[in-house]
Design a protein around this ligand. Structure first.
Ligand code: A3D
Length: 321
């Protein structure tokens, strides 16, 4: 069996960590594309030269030509600018939409059969734009948001309860913005509801709710918290790790049920938009969006988040992007 080929479009902070993870996990050969001359060549040369020490045996190369991504099985896109302190993801719309259009053309022309995972922000709008500009079928175009947002939520719960994060199940739905929806009702520690554990810890229902609300708000603002501390860019280790989990689900046909920015065709009452929902990821990309019953409050919050995504998509159209 020949090795898989993974193209990374964007060789910045996230692109670098993606390359390292792919090499260390030996998921396939990496071709890193960037518009900046010599950057992808230099970054991949550095990582390739650690192969002996790290014990990996895949090819890691860089390019400024889309032709070199031909035959890629998976394309992961991080091209675009990240946030600076004080910016929202939506502030990146105009710049990154122009970049995403050119990326869609390059991928469509040179890797027409690839499964595409997008990370560039504002995420839901960029995934929509890629799908429209490339004409790829919806199962082969997805965005990474919920894996990271859910991981952040799980981390806060684990730290609060003093248990391993491996035992936390926590799901975040909706658009990858300030309106995202952490689902409190189903957050659990190996099946035990988190709310019950908090109530027992504090022996006080109101205090437990207050602590949970703080974790929900921290999850929603978690990307901004990192931006504020870094001052020069946004999170890059955790977004890369999250996209790799999705790529592994596709490469190994794992049928993982992961929170994914996926195209909705009526599920959760949403039609024609990309939003974060639970979906089964396997060899065919997004194989199925998995619906479950939301209570009234959760549905209202999700609708609110979908409206924020709709607004961005409309803004893109209005601006002719
Ligand atoms: P950064 O380190 O700036 O890397 C972006 C790279 O894109 C740079 O190397 C650029 O040269 C390159 N680039 C610019 N224009 C093009 C183009 N036309 N074609 C190819 N490459 C191009 O940013 P980063 O890696 O930190 O972040 C990348 C994107 O991911 C940003 O839009 C972030 O906002 C976004 N991001 C998303 C998440 C999610 O969870 C969804 C988390 C963190 C960051």
């Amino acid at each position: 069996m020949s090795r898989k080929k993974i193209a990374l479009i964007g060789g910045g902070q996230i692109g670098g960590v993606l390359t390292q993870l792919i090499a260390q996990k030996q998921l396939g050969d990496v071709i890193m594309f960037d518009v900046v001359e010599d950057l992808p060549q230099g970054k991949t040369l550095d990582i390739a030269e650690a192969a002996k020490v790290n014990g990996y045996d895949v090819n890691v190369t860089g390019t400024n030509s889309y032709k070199d991504i031909a035959g890629s099985d998976i394309v992961i896109i991080t091209a675009g600018i990240p946030r600076k302190p004080g910016m929202s993801r939506d502030d990146l719309l105009v710049t990154n939409a122009k970049i995403m259009k050119s990326v869609a053309e390059g991928v469509k022309e040179n890797a027409p059969d690839a499964i595409v995972i997008i990370i560039s922000n504002p995420l839901d709008a960029m995934v929509t734009l890629f799908k429209e500009a490339s004409g790829f079928p919806v199962n082969r175009v997805m965005g990474q948001d919920g894996v990271l947002d859910s991981s952040r939520f799980a981390s806060f719960i684990a730290w609060e309860l003093g248990v391993s994060v491996k035992d936390i199940n926590a799901l975040v739905l909706g658009g990858h913005g300030d309106t995202m929806v952490p689902i409190v009702r189903y957050a659990n520690v190996n099946g035990i509801p988190v709310m019950e554990l908090l109530e027992r810890k504090y022996n006080d229902k109101a205090k437990a709710e207050e602590v949970m609300n703080a974790m929900v708000e921290r999850t929603k603002a978690a990307g901004g918290e990192v931006v504020k501390l870094l001052k020069t860019g946004s999170a890059f280790y955790s977004p890369a790790a999250s996209a790799i989990q999705m790529a592994e689900a596709v490469l190994y046909d794992e049928k993982r049920l992961l929170s994914t920015c996926a195209y909705l065709d009526g599920e959760f009452g949403v039609k024609g938009y990309y939003v974060g929902v639970p979906a089964i990821l396997g060899a065919n990309g997004v194989e199925k969006v998995v619906e479950f019953t939301l209570n009234e409050e959760e549905q209202t919050l999700l609708n609110n988040s979908v409206n924020a995504v709709k607004k961005l998509v409309e803004d893109m159209k209005r601006l002719g992007l």
